[in-house]
Design a protein around this ligand. Structure first.
Ligand code: HEC
Length: 153
């Protein structure tokens, strides 16, 4: 009797499945502290170009095309303007414009339009451009300080 010994190789493949759970947590900043300033490139060139048109449409009748101001409307450029806003945040400037300007029809412009106009004002005041646009987002705007002088390198 031939006995065929059959060998059974049972290959047990143990699959160790490692499941990496990446938990994405949304970090909400509650601190109103500014982490950036106007020297960090907080608006883009394209945004300022859009803002220029919007400014001419809605603001230049009083503040003038060169932002030099006239009569009761103060200049929106130059040392006086920047020093007046020193220590405030971008949100303060945004709020002022959103709620009081254009003074003949306050609050008529959308948040996006106001952000674009601010980008243009920043450009005229020679603050540097960056990759990102200035978004009409309260926490973000609160995080940008208006500082007249570039921080020492
Ligand atoms: C009808 C005229 C008029 C128009 C249009 C107008 N402004 Fe004014 N703006 C004024 C006057 C007058 C003041 C000063 C009195 C005041 O603060 O209300 C002023 C003040 C401001 C200030 C505060 C200046 C400072 O440093 O204290 C800002 C910023 C400003 N305007 C931005 C804008 C922007 C941006 C627009 C366009 C969306 C605009 N204004 C349109 C008349 C105008």
């Amino acid at each position: 009797m031939n006995l065929r010994a059959g060998s059974i190789v049972a290959a047990a493949a143990g699959v160790a499945a490692t499941i990496a759970i990446v938990s994405g947590s949304i970090v909400t900043s509650v601190a109103a502290q500014a982490t950036k300033n106007v020297w960090d490139g907080v608006y883009s060139t394209e945004q300022a170009a859009r803002g220029k048109k919007l400014y001419v449409d809605s603001c230049s009748s009083c503040h003038k095309e060169g932002l030099q101001g006239a009569d009761l409307a103060p200049a929106l450029k130059g040392e006086d303007f920047v020093l007046r806003w020193a220590g405030f945040s971008m949100q303060d400037l945004f709020n002022t414009i959103s709620t009081t300007m254009p003074s003949d029809d306050p609050g008529k412009l959308s948040p996006q339009v106001n952000a674009d106009i601010i980008a243009f004002i920043l450009q005229v005041n020679k603050f540097p451009t960056g990759h990102d646009e200035l978004k009409p987002d309260t926490p973000l705007l609160k995080g940008i300080a208006i500082t007249p002088k570039a921080p020492a390198p």
